[in-house]
Every structure is written in C-alpha cells, then in structure tokens.
Design a protein around this ligand. Structure first.
Ligand code: PNS
Length: 173
C-alpha cells in the first residue's frame, strides 16, 4: 500500500470476533484504502482468549471470506498504552467503530471525544447492520456457555474455537 493510502484503525477487544465486527471492518474498507484491525486489551473485561489468539482468530475469519475487501485489512495487536498513540504510529486518518444503537453510542461517545481531545483523532461511526444488532462478543459467549446455538453469529473457525475453549476445564471466562 503506498504511503499516501488512507488508513483507519478499527479497535476493539474482539473476544472473539463476530460477524457483526467483520461487517464493520469490511465496510470500513469501502471508505479507506487500508483497514487496521487493532486488537486491544480492555482492562475492564476479562478475556476468554489471549490477545495473540484474538489476533489469529480475526486473521482466520478474514482469510476464510472470499470478499476482496479482506485483502486490504491488516490485523495487529494494539500495544499497551493509549489507542491514539497506536493510531498515530499507524498513520491512520481515523478510528472506525460500529454502532448497534443508543447504548453503544453512550459507550463510544466519551472515548471518541477523549481521543479527539488527546490527539485530534477523529472517529467515524458506521451504523451496524440490523442483522447483527443483538450480536456482541459478551452475549455470544454467555449464550454459548449455556449451550445456546451461536453458529450463525460467528465465522466458522471462531465458532469452533469458542466451543473448544468453553469445553476446557476452568475456561468459562
Ligand atoms: O471492544 P471494546 O472492549 O469495547 O474496545 C475498547 C477499546 C479497547 C477500544 C478501548 O478500551 C481502548 O481504546 N483502549 C486502549 C487504551 C485507551 O486509549 N484508553 C482510553 C480510551 S479514550
């Protein structure tokens, strides 16, 4: 990708990546030349997958799609520290996040304002596809933990990894 390419960062915990995340990432690639999925560790959340596993799952999910936009998506870990520093290092023009509704907006708005306050980093919100309005990593994990069927909400490799992780003893996080 040339240095003048317009890049964005799609940050998140991705624990694990869902079809809703993938939809936003691929739609971000309609707006930017290069999309950097930034797999971060949110200290407020206890992760089921390590950050390396989460990165690997996003990469596998993208590799499994025949969508040509996936070729312009880079997946990387966000190092400890502020997201805005990662955005700057990446040379990205903006952060892109999906919004499923008002609750997401209330959660995302202060972060977007803080990122602009800290480093003039802009946030672009994409309206989530209504097919995935009810889909979050936390809810998917909770449903799967109780034996519910979440196969339609996750990339196939991610679904398999989730079931395998939940079948491990003491891996119910
Ligand atoms: O998927 P999540 O857990 O809602 O993503 C939140 C995340 C990881 C994007 C956010 O916690 C974050 O940006 N963390 C990096 C540290 C940071 O910059 N915190 C201040 C945000 S204003």
């Amino acid at each position: 990708m040339p240095p003048t390419a317009r890049r964005c960062v799609c940050p998140g915990s991705f624990d694990p990546v869902t079809l809703g995340h993938l939809d936003v990432v691929l739609r971000a690639a309609d707006l930017f030349d290069e999309v950097h999925v930034g797999v971060a560790t949110n200290p407020a959340k206890r992760s089921l997958f390590t950050s390396a596993e989460r990165v690997a799952l996003v990469r596998r999910a993208l590799a499994a799609t025949d969508d040509p936009r996936a070729a312009r998506v880079v997946v990387e870990e966000v190092p400890d520290g502020l997201l805005v520093d990662h955005v700057r290092r990446t040379g990205a023009a903006a952060v892109v996040k999906g919004l499923r509704g008002g609750t997401d907006y209330a959660y995302e708005l202060p972060m977007a304002l803080m990122n602009r306050h800290l480093a003039d980093v802009e946030t672009v919100f994409l309206v989530g596809d209504p097919r995935f309005e009810h889909v979050s990593s936390s809810l998917v994990k909770e449903v799967a933990r109780h034996g519910g069927d979440v196969a339609d909400l996750l990339p196939a490799a991610v679904h398999a990894a989730l079931l395998a992780r939940l079948a491990e003893p003491r891996q119910q996080g």
